[in-house]
Ligand binder design. Sequence first.
Ligand SMILES: N[C@@H](CCC(=O)N[C@@H](CS)C(=O)NCC(=O)O)C(=O)O
Length: 213
Amino acid sequence: MKLYNFTPAANALRVEMFLVEKNIQIETIQVNVREDEIFKEPYNTMNPFNCVPFLELDDGTVISETISICRYLEDIYPSPNMFGENSKDTAIIDMWNRRIELDGFLPLLHSVRNKTSFFEGKVIPGTRNKMKQSPELVIRGVEMFKILLNRINPHLYENQFISGNKFSIADITGHFMLYLSKILKIDIKNEYQNVYRWQTELERRTSNPLNKM
Ligand SMILES: N[C@@H](CCC(=O)N[C@@H](CS)C(=O)NCC(=O)O)C(=O)O
């Protein structure tokens, strides 16, 4: 099994943090997406969606999508558990992961790609074209994130982690959502104190790959 990744990228870092939390070692090949290696062979054929991360199994099967990769690894390395130990916990963790990913992580990812000059010509992940960056999408992403913050701030007063009292994959997604919010200079500390407490706890984890960058 081989992991194809590019360490500075947010989704790549989600998988790296997951691997450390679970104490899994996998041979990793760095694909420099900044230098467009992802569009070259053999990567283009392996993942025609032209994004990292993706996992190649020993039989040649390629699994892309951050959460699909993590779910596969969880299945073969069940401990420590990150996706839930029974039907109820699994559904609750999945619910939180989807809320965080769809309402926060992805909107902010698009805000960053539509704002930072570095992403000119690369507005949609895995593409290179002349699509213009849209200031409206920057605003929309930040607004969506703030709606989510208003919802999770009271929840995090009563819960140590986003899906309850146990660290899960949803916290890893949350950690990188908050990392994107830092790039966009969104004030969490003064306005959303419970989210800030959660963020501080996530940042202090030894598995946090941002501490090594
Ligand atoms: N839906 C995919 C998205 C992966 C993705 O957006 N990867 C970005 C890095 S964070 C990428 O490889 N972008 C390549 C590029 O646009 O050059 C997932 O969840 O894994």
